[in-house]
Design a protein around this ligand. Structure first.
Ligand code: ATP
Ligand code: MG
Length: 691
């Protein structure tokens, strides 16, 4: 059974809704939110239809999930198909490094298959003709769709091809594909035959691909010849070619490269080819049978390997296993988005990131949902594209990242209001803290003040949501991820690793395991233990800072490595950035600390003004004033550095470690910039340093 669960102990952290809440300036879902409203109450209508209609209901379920996780999770797991039920222990874990090696197992001995649960099971329950995926191409007008039946056929054909090419259970396959239907098809085909997929975002350089090929030694690489993102054509096959030749110089040779001909981006004839190794998907895969037996696997057999975004350094190879991940992604998806079978769901993340794994592919498909998959970029042909897609497919749940919200917000409301968006019901945000002003814009403008926003805090490592609103169950606060998901016990600890109660701020840890937790860093269990379990023995340490307000709401403050200490005040980057972005002429901001003789550190802010607003001394002053009034004089930036753009990872996260080097003029120590989306911004920032 799950160890260390003493009721008395954990109930000290029991989520509660304080009576103080009623004193905050509140509106009811459906009413526009002003910039000083703190609280949005769910409307009665929304709550009545919600899966979790009240805080009381949540508490009842949450308590059970903590007091008796084994029965809570096995009840849910029983709704899925298991060839053989798990053994006696639902969970076995040790998260305490002082007691020996870290290990986490869920549903061990249970035999299942996640592809079977995504497809065959939904088909058997009568959903074969339901649309599984609506695919929207980069070019407006170019689209396609697959029902669950059709998706299964395609998955089986590829699975048979892979088997025929020597891929067996436990072998790894690298998938380097843009957002084509073939990407989830490839993931599911691997899962069907027990192969371990490692999706590499198709925007990474050849070098990054080589690192990953050498690390996981794939039997097959799956790619396409090229992709068009906006107006830009990227020749993926060239990148794969050079990665494969460099890997083979390093002793890792990959025997086969399956290439999808994406002819809207590039003709087949123009593609470089290596005979014997390369095969066109369209030539070989359709020749295979649309029936493929499932490879039944243990719940603890690996499902995939995925690298973190690399915003804080070299990416880490996170390994997820099958059973727990399956149950956890399905359950978090269902509750955090209040999923109903009639929903049409669109997540803008690429399958190259964890969000695309858990919440484009597995979570929604396990629920039998209809998913929108978009190949292109949000600003092509113009900044209204997202809302065009929402109207076209009548999207009801729209899940995206703060960086996208901010970039659309700076272009003005007209691109949004041009479209109806009346199908929208629930919105979601992930990737970074969402600053309250962006939250309000998302809520008021995009969602017409009608849709709750699920600000989901989680990580590649956690597999699924950890702290998230449940729409309709409790009041929301702009910028707060609110309360823990079922089965998750987040704690905030101080420098010494001591749990802090009540209203506080510190290091965010988790004190128990949950089914979706990662089991190791691939090939380096020791790094797994030191990175995540050694800083605060007894806990999983997330690396993020968090504060809890007097109502018990959680607020993510950014990575603890990014915390700035000004004259003894510890200031989270998110707080200052949020104050800057609340200025109407600031589109985006990133702050870092630089050494200061007197204060220890001082605040250095990179600011991108709203489209068309010139850099000026007046703007500089009023930005600083905005921080002074929102937070206090101690947090006022000493320097505002104009930024036409910010260095971001390819998943859209700001890379503060690079900004720190620019701010402190240590230009020869920029470090690994290979995961940057646009390396040119670094040069532009250096040029603007003294303006
Ligand atoms: P690396 O670990 O290599 O530095 P990364 O942490 O950016 O990369 P991910 O696993 O993609 O890789 O991102 C998880 C991190 O994203 C979290 O630790 C947190 O800092 C941030 N994050 C994600 N969602 C939220 C959210 N809703 N609110 C605040 N922060 C979030
Ligand atoms: Mg991380």
């Amino acid at each position: 059974m799950v160890n260390n669960l003493t009721t008395a102990h954990h109930l000290r952290h029991e989520p509660t809704l304080s009576s103080r809440l009623s004193k905050l300036k509140a509106v009811i879902l459906g009413e526009p939110l002003a910039s000083d409203d703190d609280l949005i109450l769910p409307s009665r209508d929304f709550s009545q239809k919600a899966l979790v209609p009240s805080f009381e209901k949540y508490m009842e379920m949450y308590k059970r999930s903590i007091e008796d996780p084994a029965s809570f999770w096995s009840d849910i797991a029983s709704e899925f198909y298991w060839k053989k039920k798990w053994g006696q222990q639902v969970c076995s874990e040790n998260l305490d490094i002082r007691k020996g090696n870290i290990h986490i197992e869920w549903f061990k001995g249970g035999i299942t298959n996640i592809c079977y649960n995504c497809l065959d099971k939904n088909i058997e329950s009568g959903n074969g003709d339901k649309i599984a995926v609506h695919w929207e191409g980069n070019e407006p007008g170019l689209d396609d769709s697959l029902t669950y039946n059709q998706l299964l056929d395609r998955v089986c054909q590829l699975a048979n091809y892979l088997k025929d090419n020597g891929v067996k259970k436990g072998d790894s396959v690298i998938i380097y594909l843009p957002m084509l239907m073939e990407l989830p098809i490839a993931m599911l085909a691997c899962a069907r035959i027990g192969a371990v997929h490692s999706v590499v975002f198709a925007g990474f350089s050849a070098d990054s691909l080589v690192q990953r090929i050498i690390d996981c030694k794939p039997k097959v690489v799956i790619t396409c010849n090229a992709v068009k993102r906006g107006k830009k054509i990227i020749n993926l096959k060239d990148i794969v070619d050079s990665a494969l030749s460099e890997s083979s110089q390093n002793g890792i040779s990959v025997g086969s490269c399956l290439t999808y001909a994406n002819e809207t981006a590039m003709k087949k004839e123009a593609t470089k080819w290596q005979k014997g190794r390369d095969a066109w998907w369209q030539d070989v895969v359709p020749e295979y049978s649309t029936k493929c037996d499932v490879e039944w696997v243990d719940a603890e057999d690996p499902l995939f390997l995925l690298y973190t975004s690399g915003s804080t350094g070299k990416p880490k190879g996170v390994l997820h296993t099958t059973g727990g991940y399956m149950i956890y992604t399905a359950t978090t998806f269902k509750y955090a988005f209040d999923y109903k079978p009639s929903d049409v769901y669109w997540c803008t993340a690429d399958c190259g990131w964890i969000t695309g794994h858990s919440y484009v592919a597995y979570g929604p498909l396990l629920n039998g949902a209809t998913v929108v998959l978009y190949e292109g970029v949000p600003n092509y042909p113009d900044f209204g594209r997202c809302w065009d897609i929402v109207d076209k497919y009548k999207v009801t749940i729209f899940y995206t990242a703060p960086t996208l919200v901010r970039s659309l917000m700076r272009e003005g409301d007209e691109y949004v209001t041009r479209y109806s968006r009346k199908s929208l019901r629930v919105l979601g945000s992930v990737g970074e803290p969402i600053n309250p002003s962006a939250w309000r814009w998302f809520f008021n403008v995009v969602g017409d003040s009608r849709c709750p926003i699920s600000d989901t805090w989680w990580q590649t490592e956690t597999g699924g949501f950890m702290i998230t609103p449940l729409p309709g169950a409790w009041p929301q606060k702009p910028g707060s991820a609110t309360f823990p998901f079922f089965g998750v016990q987040p704690v905030i600890v101080d420098e010494k690793g001591k749990e802090i109660e009540g209203e506080c701020s510190g290091y965010l840890c988790v004190k128990n395991s949950w089914p979706g937790a990662f089991r190791t860093l691939y090939g380096d269990h020791e790094r797994y233990e030191t990175t995540y379990f050694s800083a605060f023995p007894g806990y999983y340490f997330s690396g993020d800072g968090c504060s809890r307000d007097e109502d018990g709401y959680h607020w993510l403050t950014g990575r603890v490595d990014d915390v700035i200490n000004v004259s003894g005040h510890r200031i989270g980057t998110a707080e200052v950035e949020s104050a800057l972005v609340s200025h109407p002429q600031c589109a985006e901001a990133a702050v870092v600390g630089v050494e200061h003789e007197v204060k220890g550190q001082s605040i250095y802010a990179f600011v991108t003004p709203v489209e068309g607003v010139p850099y000026s001394e007046d703007l500089r002053k009023s930005l600083v004033l905005s921080v002074r009034t929102n937070i206090g004089a101690f947090a006022a930036p000493d320097k505002i550095h104009w930024a036409p753009g910010l260095p971001k990872t390819r998943s859209g996260k700001i890379m503060r470690r690079i900004l720190r080097k620019i701010a402190s003029k240590q230009l020869d120590e920029l470090g690994d910039i290979s995961t940057l989306a646009d390396p040119h911004v670094v040069k532009k920032l250096i040029e603007l340093a003294d303006s």
